[in-house]
Design a protein around this ligand. Structure first.
Ligand SMILES: [Zn+2]
Length: 301
């Protein structure tokens, strides 16, 4: 048990350090975007900036969630999951709101006047640097994933891969619009760049929906654990096992039918054995809930 616990904490700590690095890189990229946008403008750069802001919020929350997982230990901080979902939803609304205000003002002024907002090539500094920072985050998180195998790390580096494409497109867009001064071309690149904001937002929304609706059941692991328990406990009626995925981790619920006259002491021992068997199966199981029901209540139904 102790060994298993240590293994989990080590992996969590590794992932925590990884997220600390990628959050710093994200904040650095966002700062550069804000600074260059304030000085040189460009709606393409602004679109990239909103994308960075949303992704930085995601990184920040991954970091905070792992911080709690490392510090609080095996007791899963449900209040953090709820808080995270709520703040993430707020982030989506604010990001979309702010972006729509800026986009509308761009359409009604610059675009309608046939002018471009990308009037300096310096804006490229922000997008190129952003690409480099994203590449560093990708390399860091990929290395961490290969080392610690946590799902959150894989999700993070896969997203970074897409963000490199976003940085490249924004760079090309700024250069092309600067040289051609074509307003329609600028609008085209704004629309393409805004797709990456939509991509980030849809990822956040999908995670929140899965957590809320409980669609995060891992049927394969559930079936595997059920089979293992049934084989192990011939005389206990293991009714059902549900493994739910929360981020990188699993919360497992076991339902068992026992003789209602069974001694509490032996149920305690049974619970401990079930928990140990499940923890042996996967180091990513965070919590095991064993629920006992009296055996006769099923026969009556
Ligand atoms: Zn992104």
């Amino acid at each position: 048990m102790i060994v298993l616990r240590d293994a989990i904490v080590n992996r969590l700590k590794g992932a925590y350090r990884g997220f600390m690095v990628s959050t710093m890189l994200s904040l650095a990229g966002l700062s550069v975007d804000v600074l260059v946008y304030a000085l040189y403008g460009s709606i393409i750069l602004f679109t990239d900036l909103v994308h960075w802001a949303v992704d930085t919020a995601v990184e920040l929350f991954g970091f905070v969630a792992l911080y709690y997982a490392v510090k609080v230990g095996r007791r899963f901080p449900w209040s953090i999951v709820v808080l995270e979902s709520a703040v993430m939803l707020a982030t989506i609304v604010v990001a979309l709101g702010v972006y729509l205000v800026f986009f509308t003002s761009y359409i009604t002024t610059a675009y309608q006047a046939g002018e471009v907002t990308t009037t300096s090539l310096v804006s490229i500094v922000a997008t190129v640097l952003g690409g480099i920072l994203t590449f560093l985050a990708l390399a860091t998180q990929r290395r961490n994933y290969l080392k610690y195998g946590l799902e959150v790390l894989r999700v993070d580096y896969t997203h970074a891969l897409i963000d490199i494409v976003a940085a490249a497109i924004a760079t090309v867009g700024i250069a092309l619009v600067y040289y051609t001064g074509d307003a329609s071309l600028e609008l085209l690149f704004v629309v393409i760049s805004s797709m990456f904001i939509i991509h980030s937002l849809s990822e956040i929304l999908r995670d929140i929906l899965k957590t809320i609706t409980g669609e995060n059941i891992d049927h394969e692991l559930s079936a595997k654990l059920l089979k293992k328990l049934i084989n192990e406990f011939r005389r206990v009626d293991i009714e059902d096992v549900t493994a739910r995925k929360i981020g990188s981790f699993y919360i497992v619920e076991v339902r068992a039918r026992v003789n209602p006259k069974e001694r509490l002491e032996s149920l305690h021992r049974l619970r401990a054995r079930i928990t140990r068997l499940i923890l042996e199966e996967s180091t990513l199981v965070y919590h095991v809930d064993v629920r006992f029901f009296p055996a006769w209540s099923r026969r009556k139904r």
